[in-house]
Ligand binder design. Structure first.
Ligand code: SDX
Length: 436
């Protein structure tokens, strides 16, 4: 970051001395006012719950222009990555800052492939869960449990440990998600196959059985690979900020990523894809497209507490570019499966059209986000609704790791420790219970 030719001056109406705060610029996007010395100079904190106007770090990984609806991974537009790269190339880009050439890609792919198996003991963690446990409850447990198996790579300050942990997490997430699914349907776990690609291996572990040969559908494989790309990273969203704050204590990478999994589960965040599909199914049960108007009225009624899941975004005040790509992927998969007339897809597009013409949504700049269409395409592939967020976590793991490693690699980083505006009781004396 570089000092801008601008300064912020803070003055106080009560005559307290005004202070000057430096302003810094990045390569693109809003400048920042450096308030690191504010408390020392004024005895006051800033107040920004939800971090609406707060930059928690500087980063070189992902940039979003919310007004234009643009998303760049290391400077490359998501549209170009989604059409010219695969997920492992994207992982290489996010982790190391550049797209691999043929040789680097082959080396990275081989390294990841050789780490896709998990310790056989992991199966016994699963056996402790009920068969109907939510996959995100299982994933929160399994990812944290990985730290119990890799004592050789838990020192987050050791670059080699960070590197091998990154590879292990990227490689093992598909295996763990597939194991969570197989456990829920009472089928045997399927081991990864080294001759399959990343997305194809996941499909095989999810849908193959020991009873017959399973052939990966290339159209589905490509679609799933693109879904992984679209979910890979997204600046300082809630789960990424959780991973950064968790990792800032020096805990091991597996524990920090497990914290990200737990945060992503929430319906306001990664859990929205599951909630969006359940919402579409509810509207379908109510009567489908003919009931969209009635549903939209409920959403606009603040007392209903109903939100249009898969719509709205803290940063995008224009169309989420990932939603456009996801809608295209939806179309490709549905037509390749002969489901062009999938009622839920038609319902989603009708809902989007009506919402985008309704003043309530237009005024609030509410557009479809990445979660609006992702459930429809995952459902068409055969992934159960309850597993959607686990698939999101699978894909987001590389972004979490890249962001964590960027923080740890920054010599300026400190343990994150926000302050507060205290509005509770001032000091008072304890009265013995007999006199209360
Ligand atoms: C993800 O941060 C990221 O980058 C996240 C993510 C990533 O890749 O990591 O992009 C992934 O989490 C996408 C978002 C998925 N969540 C959903 O689809 C859930 C539904 N969306 C909302 O919960 C909401 O839009 C949020 C949480 C996404 C954003 O909330 P904000 O920025 O805090 O906005 P807000 O709640 O202040 O809303 C502003 C107004 C409010 O109305 P008013 O009080 O001004 O009258 O818009 C309304 C809200 O009630 N509103 C909605 C709405 N989202 C916002 N009204 C109906 N339906 C919605 N979905």
């Amino acid at each position: 970051m570089k000092l801008a030719d601008n300064k912020a001056t803070l003055s106080f109406s009560n005559g307290s001395p005004k202070i000057e705060l430096p302003v810094y610029s990045g390569s693109v996007g809003p400048d920042v006012i450096d308030i690191r010395k504010l408390y020392a100079q004024t005895g006051m904190f800033t107040y920004d719950p939800g971090f609406m106007s707060t930059a928690a770090c500087q980063s070189t990984i992902t940039y979003i222009d919310g007004d234009k609806g643009e998303l760049l991974y290391r400077g490359y537009p998501i549209e170009q990555i989604a059409t010219n790269c695969d997920f492992l190339e994207t992982c290489h880009l996010l982790l190391y800052g550049n797209l691999p050439d043929v040789a680097a890609k082959a080396k990275f792919t081989k390294t990841v492939t050789n780490h896709t198996m998990v310790n056989e003991q992991m199966q016994f963690f699963l056996r402790g869960f009920r068969r109907d446990a939510h996959p995100m409850a299982i994933m929160t447990g399994l990812v944290g449990a990985l730290s119990a198996f890799y004592h050789d790579s838990t020192d987050i300050n050791n670059p080699e440990h960070r590197e091998i942990s990154a590879i292990r997490l990227i490689a093992k997430m598909p295996t763990l998600v597939a194991m969570a699914y197989k456990y829920s349907v009472g089928q045997p776990f399927m081991y990864p196959k080294n001759n399959l690609g990343y997305a194809g291996n996941f499909l095989h572990m999810m849908f193959a059985t020991p009873c017959e040969q399973y052939t990966v559908n290339p159209v589905i494989e490509r679609a799933l690979d693109r879904i992984f790309i679209l979910h890979a990273d997204h600046e300082q969203n809630a789960s990424t900020s959780t991973v950064r704050l968790c990792g800032s204590s020096g805990t091991n990478p597996f524990a920090a990523i497990a914290a990200g999994v737990a945060c992503l589960w929430g319906p306001a965040h990664g859990g929205a894809n599951e909630a969006a599909l359940n919402m579409l199914e509810d509207i379908q049960k109510m009567g489908g497209v003919s009931k969209v108007g009635e549903f939209i009225s409920q959403v606009k009624d603040k007392n209903s507490g109903i939100k249009l899941m898969g719509f709205g975004h803290r940063v995008y005040k224009n169309y989420d570019p990932r939603a456009k790509l996801m809608q295209e992927t939806c179309r490709e998969v549905l037509s390749s499966l002969g489901l062009e007339n999938d009622p839920l897809f038609k319902l989603a597009m009708a809902l989007e059209k009506i919402a985008l013409e309704d003043d309530y949504f237009v005024q609030r700049k509410l557009y479809p986000n990445v979660d609006f269409y992702s459930g429809i395409v995952q459902r068409a592939i055969g992934i159960p609704t309850s597993l959607f967020t686990a698939v999101f976590a699978l894909a987001r793991t590389v972004g979490w790791i890249a962001q964590l490693n960027e923080m740890i690699g920054d010599p300026e980083y400190k343990i994150g420790r926000p302050r507060q505006l205290f509005t509770g009781s001032e000091q008072r004396q304890v009265v013995p219970i007999g006199q209360r």
